[in-house]
Write a protein that binds this ligand. Structure first.
Ligand code: TRP
Length: 378
């Protein structure tokens, strides 16, 4: 296992704990609020072998019948459609999450370290625009090194991490409780793509949403506006939002960030095929696919694809598929925004930009916006 304090190792340890001893997770003082119905998820890596032992001798070959039905449905539909596309959310099994953490540390992947350096360089400025005493509501994760930077800067009255994964939440909350022992933390397990009801303890408290990592860039414009509106509704009028949005820049910088020399991003992309084989009884010849990152200038986005390097045929969950040489499965988009584009996107969802920071080279933008009622047109 990696060094103590390594976030990835911590996550793995928590997941390991979840597999063997549920009590190992009862370390946080905060109760996790669950929102809506989370579909039953079976991660083969954490399935208790006793549960599958009767039907299955080898836990490395889980029964496809135990797989997440939404994963199966998305993969079968995605391989049947034209163009072929599988939603990017399925990247993040245990291995995928580990590989993604590795991506954020790559020399070519400028996003994570640039956003972090903007946050620390301008923390005082950001804090003076947000004002003290806000409840910080983070959309997704909370296990990154960016959260403590924001919490230390803005003197919050509470912290509300929202994540679809209860395990991630437990992990990050436990760590943040150590660093901020008197800060009230109210984790919410739920899908932030939809409007959520914040804990009653936050009533009448001003809010600051935090959405780092340019995750907004992984959605097309209509989906991004829907999400920003849902955040507006969740946080309410008068709230503020601190959001990271990656910028358009030369292709010579963009492409290596999504196709690094060490091949970590390639492995991350190809892991989706391994996951299909592992969890859905797939027979995909993974070595017959290569990772492709391309810049689509019309759409202003990086696209990640898996390209067949020869004609292949295989089955998934007993269904046959064929892909000819040169054809791809589209797995991810990462839209990039010019400064004006980013502000227009925010305005389209009722968020008025009130502050903006970037790095020396203008690689990445951090925007503070305010939820205002949309004024009547003149
Ligand atoms: N939103 C980030 C980005 O687009 C992180 C990310 C999501 C990512 N999926 C990825 C990074 C796949 C690399 C590869 O950069």
């Amino acid at each position: 296992m990696a060094a103590v304090g390594d976030a990835r190792a911590r996550r793995a340890a928590v997941r390991e704990g979840a597999a063997t001893k549920r009590d190992a997770n009862a370390v946080t003082r905060a109760d996790i609020i669950r929102h809506g119905e989370t579909p039953a998820r079976v991660d083969p890596a954490v399935v208790d072998p006793a549960l599958v032992g009767s039907t299955l001798a080898d836990p490395a070959l889980p029964d496809p019948a135990l797989a997440d039905p939404a994963f199966r449905a998305d993969v079968l539909a995605g391989l049947s459609g034209r163009p072929r596309a599988i939603p990017a959310r399925w990247f993040y099994d245990r291995r995928g999450s580990e590989l993604f953490e590795d991506i954020t540390r790559l020399p070519e992947y400028y996003l994570t370290r640039t956003e972090r350096s903007i946050l620390s360089a301008h923390a005082a400025d950001i804090a003076s625009l947000t004002g003290p005493g806000r409840a910080v509501v983070e959309f997704g994760s909370g296990s990154s090194a960016k959260t403590p930077l924001v919490l230390a800067a803005v003197a919050p009255s509470a912290y509300v991490p929202i994540d679809i994964s209860g395990e991630f939440l437990r992990d990050s909350v436990a760590e943040l409780e150590r660093q901020f022992p008197i800060l009230p933390i109210h984790p919410i397990e739920g899908d932030f793509m939809h409007r959520l009801v914040l804990p009653a303890a936050l009533a009448n408290r001003p809010r600051l949403g935090f959405f780092p990592g340019s995750t907004i860039g992984n959605m097309n414009a209509p989906a991004a506006v829907d999400l920003l509106r849902a955040m507006w509704e969740t946080l309410g009028e008068g709230s503020k939002l601190l959001i990271g949005i990656d910028r358009i820049k030369p292709v010579s910088v963009l492409i290596p960030a999504y196709d690094d020399a060490q091949g970590v991003t390639a492995e991350f992309n190809l892991n989706l095929l391994h996951r299909i084989n592992r969890e859905l009884g797939g027979t995909i010849p993974v070595s017959a696919f290569r990772h492709v990152a391309r810049w689509n200038d019309t759409e202003a986005r990086i696209e990640m694809h898996l390209e067949a390097t020869r004609d292949v045929s295989f089955s998934v969950d007993g269904r046959p598929f064929a892909i000819s040489k040169g054809k791809t499965i589209h797995t991810e988009n990462s839209y990039k925004y010019g400064p004006r584009d980013a502000r227009l996107l925010l305005r389209s969802a009722g968020w008025t930009p009130i502050g903006e920071w970037t790095d020396r080279e203008g690689l990445f933008g951090l925007i503070l916006a305010e939820a205002r009622a949309v004024p009547a047109a003149p």
